[in-house]
Design a protein around this ligand. Structure first.
Ligand code: GDP
Length: 197
């Protein structure tokens, strides 16, 4: 793996406020608690002060932007999109999140692809289908990543998870664990390909 420097650029409440220069960008989307913050930290090798935290709905409703630079001088941006599916927030706020997501996806010319995170042990539901359909409707590559695979304790559990996800999303997921970092090289390779080729 190439060495990465990551820095936090800021939180934005509307896509209009985001930097307009043409650095390639990749966005991460997932249900609240899916492990998105942990994945971003594991993926961009966060230094102190870069750590992504998604613990409070108020914070994750914002779009967080990170800049990464690899040892070869390649620069790109990583976008942490608002988590969806918070049990505790009102429908009106959920509607705000959807509008925000659509505004970003429709308006952001820098965007090269989307990473869609799903928990490997959770049964997908109609809301997940709705979200991935929105993502797929934008004519950008959508990478399905199953998180927390360290929690799968046997090859049978692994096979069940793989089958359930493949059936539902009609694509093979990449498997990832922030805890063991399993799957990190594969995910990073895919992200690199989307950003730099
Ligand atoms: P977010 O809401 O999607 O940003 O999720 P977080 O990254 O905050 O993670 C939610 C919870 O799942 C936390 O308690 C994490 O410690 C846990 N978690 C995240 N990634 C993993 C993983 O790969 N393996 C395990 N076992 N737990 C994880």
């Amino acid at each position: 793996n190439r060495q990465l420097e990551a820095s936090f650029l800021g939180s934005y409440t509307t896509p209009d406020e985001m930097p307009r220069d043409p650095l390639p960008e990749i966005a991460f989307v997932g249900r609240s608690n899916v492990g998105k913050s942990s994945m971003l930290n594991a993926l961009v090798g966060a230094r102190k002060g870069v750590a992504v935290t998604g613990r409070t709905p108020g914070r994750t409703r914002l779009l967080n932007l990170f800049e990464i630079e690899d040892s070869g001088g390649g620069r790109a941006r990583v976008v942490d999109l608002p988590g969806y599916g918070f049990a505790k927030i009102a429908d009106a706020q959920q509607a705000d999140i959807s509008r925000f997501l659509e505004a970003y996806l429709d308006g952001r010319r820098q965007l090269r692809g989307i990473v869609f995170l799903v928990d490997c042990r959770r049964d997908p539901n109609p809301e997940d289908m709705e979200i991935i359909q929105v993502l797929r409707s934008k004519n950008l590559p959508v990478v399905l990543v199953a998180t927390k695979i360290d929690k799968l304790k046997s090859s049978a559990e692994f096979a069940n998870s793989l089958n359930a996800l493949e059936d539902f999303y009609a694509t093979e997921p990449l498997f990832f664990s922030s805890t063991t970092r399993q799957g990190r090289p594969e995910l990073w390779a895919r992200v690199n390909e989307l950003l730099f080729s």
